[in-house]
Design a binder for this molecule. Structure first.
Ligand code: MRU
Length: 335
C-alpha cells in the first residue's frame, strides 16, 4: 500500500488524519485540495511532501493550459508548509519540465516517486550497517520521534525504514517511539506501523524520552529530517533537539536518516531555517476539548533545529556522513 500515488489524474493518499482507527485512501482532485491536505497533515513527512509537491504540479499542468497560471498556483503549493525543503524541491523539479508539456511534468513526478522508493531501501541498508558498527551489542534498542516510516514517504521510510531493516535482519530488541505532541504522529502513526511490522516497541510520552536515555534504555536515537543545511544543522519534529542533548549526555549515537533531497546546501546554518508555528488550537485543546483558559497565548513550533555538533552521523541513500569523525557534508563523497 503506497502512502501517495497518482491514479487517473488525481493524487491518491492514505488519509493520515484518520489513522490509526480508520485506514482509508482519499483522492485529491484539485490544487486547492492538495494544499488543504498538506496543511492539515493528511499527507505529511518530508519525502511524501516532495512527491505531493511534484504530483500537485503535474495535476496543475494537466488541468490548466496556461503555463503562467500553472506557475502562479505552483508558487502557492510551494509555500503550503515552510520547513520541509522537499516540498519546494519537488515543486521545482516538476516545474523544470513544464516547457516540455504536461506529460513530461507527470513523468518527472513519477520519477520522484520511484526514486523515493529506491532511496528508502538504500537508507535502510546504510543505516543498519552503521548501527552494526556503532552499537556494541548483538541486539538493538532504539528511540525515535514523530513518524519517519512508510507513511512519511511512499512505501518504506527513512529512520523507521532503518529500524524496519534491522527488524527484518533479526536483531531489533525494542523500539521506544515518542508520542510526539501535539499531533501524536508517534502514537497514531509510528505505533501503527510498528504493529504492522510485528516489531517490539513500547510507546512513551515525549518528556520521558531524555530521562529514559539517561537510564540507558536505548543504544541509539534515530530521527528523520525536514531540512539539513550546509553545516549539517538539522530541522526535524519538535523534541528532536532534546533527544540529541540527552543522547550526548548518555554517550550514545544520535543519527539522522534522510534522502539527499532533504539536504539544502543553499542555507548556511540552522539559524536561517524557517520554523512553522501551527497556531494555538493544537496547544490549548486536546483534540476538540479545550484544556487551557480561553485566550491563552501559545508558542507552537512544529520543528526544532539540532546543531550538527550533536549529530553523530547523517545517513542518506548514497553516503554516511560521519560528523563524529570530522566529516562534513561538503567533504563526504556521494557514492
Ligand atoms: O509535521 P510532520 O508530521 O510533517 O513532521 C514530520 C517530521 O518531522 C519527520 O521526522 C520528517 O519529515 C522526516 S519524515 C521521513
Amino acid at each position: 500500500m503506497r502512502t501517495i500515488d497518482w491514479v487517473d489524474g488525481a493524487i491518491e493518499i492514505i488519509d493520515q488524519n484518520l489513522l490509526p482507527t480508520t485506514v482509508t485512501t482519499r483522492l485529491l482532485e484539485t490544487p486547492a485540495s492538495v494544499i488543504e491536505a498538506i496543511q492539515a497533515l493528511a499527507v505529511r513527512g518530508a519525502p511524501a511532501l516532495g512527491v505531493a509537491g511534484a504530483m500537485g504540479v503535474a495535476q496543475l499542468a494537466d488541468q490548466c493550459a496556461d503555463p503562467q497560471s500553472v506557475r502562479r498556483l505552483a508558487a502557492e503549493l510551494r509555500e503550503a508548509r515552510p520547513t520541509a525543503v522537499n516540498l519546494s524541491w519537488g515543486v521545482d523539479r516538476a516545474l523544470s519540465k513544464l516547457s516540455d508539456g504536461a506529460e513530461a511534468v507527470l513523468e518527472e513526478a513519477l520519477r520522484i516517486r520511484d526514486e523515493d522508493i529506491a532511496a528508502c531501501t538504500d537508507m535502510g541498508r546504510n543505516g543498519a550497517d552503521l548501527l552494526r558498527e556503532l552499537v556494541p551489542y548483538a541486539k538493538l534498542r532504539v528511540m525515535t520521534i514523530c513518524n519517519t516510516g512508510g507513511l512519511a514517504a511512499v512505501e518504506r521510510g527513512t529512520a523507521l525504514g532503518v529500524i524496519q531493516t534491522v527488524h527484518e535482519q533479526g536483531w531489533l530488541e525494542e523500539v521506544i517511539p515518542l508520542e510526539t505532541r501535539p499531533l501524536l504522529q508517534g502514537s497514531r502513526l509510528t505505533a501503527w506501523e510498528l504493529s504492522r511490522m510485528g516489531a517490539p516497541f513500547k510507546l512513551t510520552i515525549d518528556s520521558a524520552g531524555p530521562f529514559l536515555l539517561s537510564r540507558g534504555k536505548a543504544d541509539a536515537v534515530l530521527i528523520g529530517a525536514d531540512r539539513i543545511v550546509a553545516n549539517g544543522d538539522t530541522a526535524n519534529k519538535i523534541g528532536s533537539f532534546s533527544l540529541a542533548l540527552a543522547a550526548k549526555h548518555a554517550g550514545i549515537p544520535f543519527i539522522v536518516v534522510a534522502p539527499e533531497s532533504t539536504i539544502d546546501t543553499a542555507t548556511a546554518s540552522g539559524a536561517e531555517i524557517e520554523i512553522e508555528d501551527r497556531g494555538s488550537d493544537e496547544v490549548t485543546h486536546w483534540g476538540t476539548r479545550q484544556t487551557a483558559p480561553v485566550g491563552t497565548q501559545t508558542l507552537n513550533p512544529a520543528f526544532d533545529v539540532t546543531p550538527h555538533h550533536l549529530i553523530t552521523a547523517i545517513v542518506t541513500e548514497s553516503r554516511v556522513v560521519r560528523f563524529d569523525r570530522g566529516d562534513s557534508l561538503d567533504t563526504s563523497q556521494i557514492g
